[in-house]
Design a protein. Sequence first.
Lengths: 217, 186
Amino acid sequence: MSVVHHPDITTLMAFSAGTLDEPYALVISTHLAMCAACREQIKRIDLIGGALLDAEEEVPVEDDAVDRLFARLDTPKEAGDTINVIPKVRDVPAPLVRYLPDGLDAAPWKARGGGVWTCDLPVSANAQSRLMLLKVGAGRAVPEHGHGGHELTLILKGAYKDRFGRFGPGDIADHDQDVDHQPIAEMGEDCICLVAVDAKLNFRSRIMKLLQPFIGM
Amino acid sequence: AHGTAPIVDPAELLSRIAEQKDRQALAELFRLLAPRLKSMMLKLGADSALAEDLVQETLLAVWRKAHLYSPERGAPVTWIFTIARNLRIDQLRRLSNKPYEDLDGIDATDDTPTGLQVVEQQQMVSRVKSALETLPDDQRQVVKLSFLNDMTHSDISAALGIPLGTVKSRLRLAYGRLRPVLEDLQ
Ligand SMILES: [Zn+2]
Ligand SMILES: [Zn+2]
């Protein structure tokens, strides 16, 4: 897969630091599954965390800490091998499988008119942002719009073009607020994207409002 | 070469855990890293009891996952940082899904090894440590708040009373300065 568009370095740094909210972290994880260059980049950035831990001062731990740790090793449930094996699902990169166990086609798509479908993906209750799939029919346009906050869009299938270039599978659009664009899906195949968006700005209602004049709702 | 060689090699301890479930190796790794992990957990706002608990959880995860470690994943201390980070996300923010942990399998099957040995990886850590010390204070501050204090870029912006764009530009500048050292990883 030849990925052209990668996340901003500050987004990758936040991912490495572990401070991204779940929907954004998931979009980055999925991009990493599709992009060898960013997997290498993340290893470099992780070195910052490793070096900071290495440089930490030492705070004494309780005297019996090792004994307590050993006691927990004797509890099979705790010491057991919990490495999760992720089932392979067609068209779904591994990090996304938990969210889409039955594949892209089985996603509960909601038609939004104008050749646009959306599907909200369930995230944990305390997530501050939303995770959704966006499908734009082949050759269809998403009306020109801006972004009120940080928005990450990862292309899973198909491709679209906007003023920033062509975005195909694995490419990520890492947009901060005040970016205006009008993505147009390429002919031949629907374009399916994974989108993380600030919950405070209701992406769907924004899209709906934008679509209204087009579809006469 | 300068300084003295480490008395215990964390990578060797990890392989003894992976291959022989060697408890003595785990105890040594604990002695080596637990006090620093505890300091890190305290910076996250955990009280002493919770910090102790998170340190325990981290070493327990190291015990379980030691067989997944390879030099391709970086120096042991880097790998253990990422384990502690994932635990902290899990325990303090209680995320139900695990976008970070789901990368474990992908990473393990990655066919682009760096070819670096553990010794070189540890030297990289030392060089990044020195490079971090040469950062201007305002850049080092945002890097530390992000990586050690679990603060989002917006949190940092609010806490320091500077625009979000300034937080990001300081991080960008910091990365630019660290870049020659980090990208030596070839
Ligand atoms: Zn990438
Ligand atoms: Zn957009």
